[in-house]
Design a protein around this ligand. Structure first.
Ligand SMILES: Cc1ncc(COP(=O)(O)O)c(C=O)c1O
Length: 361
């Protein structure tokens, strides 16, 4: 029997989630973000589903965009960090990639390039995230220079990115929106601001384009529960199976470092999934897992290829029984909290060792 681990992909859920985004932003075009191997799901599988449903795709780099073109994806693809050197512009122009311009170097490379075709540009403005983007007071100048160069198509988009849209208590999103509105007021161009949390919780952030990533994979990025997030369906369900069972007397420890000690006579199930398969090593004792659809909890440190689970309270657990680590019935964000991280990281770090299995076409 093969090792039973699978990252099961429900592509029906993916399409449904794109529909949720459309419903929440009915007047916006949708750019589906598929960077980092489609947040770990498999960029080509995801992009092939989304390209006819979304208005464009987005990735981090030209390498990621080329992988999609080589796989036959013909949708427009925005490079969210733009090009990293001048010579990438030629390939971007040839392959129809849209480029972010977020600093002086990128703009100068564009102005000085000899290109087979002009490129479609997205001008990124720093409204408070302070990571990428041109300073707000230089936006007008960048805009004029992009309008002036023959290497940029005329249909420029202006965009920004939120730092704290997942936190409805934070005032930062309102401040970023106010600055973005002020910057754009005199610049006639389509605008874009909303990522997933923006789309889910800040309707005023849904301008001409929205750029959802995480929510398309069926997960809520919001810190608090939110009614708009309830409609999302997880795309990835990570599954494994019980490969061994044992009774452990009270007072005995389980696993590396003896970090979990049985407080009562306990039944321990060993599951053949570990950090080498994408399950997070920092997951703490008590992290929930589903065994035969019922909650049990992690007992002992995560190993490279295995975890141990306290199933004392579950009747009838057998070798071969299915274990769900996250996905349907167990949100990845909940597991991530127990590991001191976010669901984005857990899906994105899924290694090639764990096969992606499409369960719904
Ligand atoms: C510029 C930009 N837009 C959109 C997104 C998508 O964000 P999310 O996955 O939270 O929807 C990202 C992701 O990091 C991004 O960098």
């Amino acid at each position: 029997m093969a090792r039973p681990n699978q990252a099961r992909l429900d592509l029906g859920a993916l399409r449904h989630n794109l529909g949720v985004a459309r419903k929440l932003a009915p007047h916006s075009k949708v750019m589906a973000v598929v960077k980092a191997n489609g947040y770990g799901h498999g960029a080509v599988i995801i992009a092939a589903q989304l390209e006819s449903l979304a208005d464009a795709l987005a990735v981090a780099s030209i390498e990621e965009a080329m992988e999609l073109r080589e796989a036959g994806i013909s949708a427009p693809i925005l490079l969210l960090e733009g090009v990293f050197e001048a010579k990438e512009l030629g390939a971007a122009a040839q392959l129809g990639f849209w480029v972010t311009i977020d600093n002086e170097w990128q703009l100068r490379w564009l102005e000085e390039a000899v290109l087979p075709e002009p490129v479609h540009c997205w001008l990124k403005v720093d409204t408070g995230m302070h990571r990428l983007g041109v300073p707000a007071d230089l936006t007008q100048t960048f805009y004029q220079r992009l309008k002036a160069t023959d290497n940029a198509l005329d249909d420029l988009v202006i965009y920004t990115h939120f730092a704290s849209a997942d936190d409805l208590q934070s005032n930062q999103t309102r401040e970023q929106l106010a600055l973005f509105d002020q910057v754009c007021a005199t610049l006639p161009a389509p605008r874009s601001a909303a990522n997933s949390p923006g789309l889910l919780a800040w309707p005023e952030a849904c301008y001409d384009w929205v750029r959802p990533g995480y929510m398309l994979y069926g997960n809520s990025p919001l810190i608090e529960p939110h009614p708009n997030a309830e409609a999302l369906q997880p795309v990835m369900t990570l599954t494994s199976a019980v490969i061994s069972l044992r009774d452990v007397p009270a007072g005995e420890a389980v696993g590396y470092g003896a970090s979990w000690i049985a407080r009562r006579p306990s039944r321990i199930a060993t599951v053949t999934i570990g950090y080498g398969d994408g399950y997070p090593r920092p997951a703490a004792n008590g992290t929930p897992v589903l065994v035969n659809g019922r909650r049990a909890s992690l007992a002992g440190r995560v190993s490279m290829d295995m975890i141990t689970v306290d199933v004392t309270d579950l009747p009838d657990v057998h070798v071969g029984d299915e274990v769900v680590l996250w996905g349907k019935g167990l949100p990845v964000a909940e597991v991530a909290r127990h590991a001191g991280t976010i669901g984005y990281e857990l899906t994105t770090r899924m290694p090639a060792r764990t096969p992606r299995i499409v369960i719904s076409g």
